[in-house]
Design a protein around this ligand. Structure first.
Ligand code: SF4
Length: 77
């Protein structure tokens, strides 16, 4: 069992480090030394903010999976 609610990943093949995700979900992401986003504390953010980050990322680099269901969450268009 895990207490984590969300598994958030950033594809570093795609991330261009423009920090849009940090503005949408500032507690969940930070830029690493290479200037790319890392999901550091996704469970401290609301589902809405995480999905906003997915929606606003220009590279579609972020994925959010609900741990309990294994379902990948998609923002509503
Ligand atoms: S919004 Fe997307 S491209 Fe920009 S830093 Fe975040 S993950 Fe990288």
């Amino acid at each position: 069992m895990t207490d984590r609610k969300y598994l958030v990943t950033v594809d570093h093949e795609l991330c261009v480090g423009n920090a849009t995700c940090l503005r949408a979900a500032p507690r969940a992401f930070e830029l690493n030394e290479g200037g790319q986003s890392e999901a550091v504390a996704p469970d401290t953010e609301t589902r809405e903010n995480l999905l906003e980050a997915v929606l606003l990322c220009p590279m579609n680099a972020i994925s959010v999976t609900e741990v309990e269901t294994g379902q990948r969450l998609e923002p509503e268009a």
